[in-house]
Design a protein around this ligand. Structure first.
Ligand code: UDP
Ligand code: MG
Length: 316
């Protein structure tokens, strides 16, 4: 019997907990060689998510349901990290959303891909039904840019729905940065990943936790976590401006010699002042963003804080 640990980050998902357990159980009923254990990560939910988890735990026992409850909302990335850090004696690890947007039926195929020798199997959405067009547009743009300018290769539509070997899970956890961009980390650690495709579906209950602004911030911080390209761009833009001003200086000098009187340059000076003022502040902002990240990382704060759990503390 192999044990598959299913890590499920939950933030205000009270309606989904039980339903998702039942669906997963149904899938595993048809796989006699595998046992499953769901590890719910309650990411500081404000609703009855934790109560629902404990209710389920009492019903089915701790062989089937484990949970970690955070002291506050630390975000999905932190929840994934917490799950992967508490694997117990699992042989395989699955990552899944609570809202059933990741169809549990796929688990069977994904696990068989691992049996075929792949280290990791991810699910890729081939349609974006039920998603605003503008979100799809920016999401596609994000993948294009990030694949171009960073060393990461992200698969468009590649979700966090994955099954992996324990070895991959341990590699992921060995990257301890606080600002976590799991999609990028998966690509960074390497290993042989197989993708299977699925149709996007609507969530079972509740609403998405992502606002448009939130997604934007996620995209930018994901980009910055893996690229120093903006810093290099700053150098090139600076060089370009220096070159331009050099030629402009020659031009001005030439005209000053040719026409020593009658030079009024008030508006152009103001314009240039404004332009360079704004430009320099922008460059400082870019540098500052990276500096802020360094500052957050050197603090070495824990990625999550557990308030309550039924998982024994792992040995450090
Ligand atoms: N989630 C979480 N912490 C958060 C936000 C989301 O654990 O701060 C969980 C959420 O409960 C769900 C999963 O991450 O299981 C995906 O979230 P959601 O369905 O809102 O994202 P979407 O499917 O719209 O991308
Ligand atoms: Mg969802």
């Amino acid at each position: 019997m192999k044990l598959v640990k299913i890590i499920v980050p939950c933030f205000n998902e009270q309606e989904c907990i039980k339903k998702m357990y039942e669906k997963v159980k149904h899938v595993f009923d048809s796989m006699p060689d595998y046992e499953f254990c769901i590890l719910y990560i309650d990411d500081g939910s404000k609703d009855d998510t934790l109560k629902e988890i404990i209710k389920l735990l009492k019903l089915v026992g701790k062989r089937r349901v484990n949970y970690l409850s955070f002291a506050r909302n630390f975000g999905k990335e932190a929840a994934i990290f917490a799950g992967l850090s508490n694997l117990g004696n699992a042989d395989l690890v699955a990552l899944m959303d609570a809202d059933l947007q990741h169809p549990p039926e796929l688990l069977k195929e994904m696990i068989s891909e691992i049996e075929n020798g792949h280290d990791c199997c991810g699910a890729r959405r081939i349609s974006r039904n039920g998603e605003p067009i503008i979100r799809s547009f920016f999401s596609n743009l994000f993948y294009k840019v990030i694949n171009k300018v960073t060393s990461m290769q992200l698969v468009p539509g590649g979700s966090d729905f994955r099954v992996m070997t324990r070895q991959v899970a341990e590699a992921i956890v060995s990257l301890t940065e606080t600002e976590r961009f799991t999609k990028g980390i998966f690509s960074w650690v390497g290993f042989d990943t197989q993708w299977i495709e699925y149709e996007n579906c609507e969530r079972y209950a509740g609403t998405t936790k992502w606002s448009f602004g939130g997604l934007m911030r996620y995209a930018i911080s994901g980009f910055m976590a893996f690229a120093t390209t903006p810093l290099r761009a700053v150098i090139y833009i600076g060089l370009l401006i220096v070159m331009f001003s050099f030629f402009y200086a020659i031009y001005v000098f030439y005209h000053a010699v040719k026409n020593p009187t009658g030079r009024t340059g008030y508006s152009s000076i103001i314009l240039l002042l404004l332009f360079f003022g704004g430009f320099i502040i922008m460059l400082l902002g870019i540098v500052g963003e990276y500096l802020a990240r360094i500052y957050m990382e050197v603090k070495q704060r824990p990625i999550y804080i557990v308030k309550s759990t039924n998982v024994e503390e792992k040995e450090e």
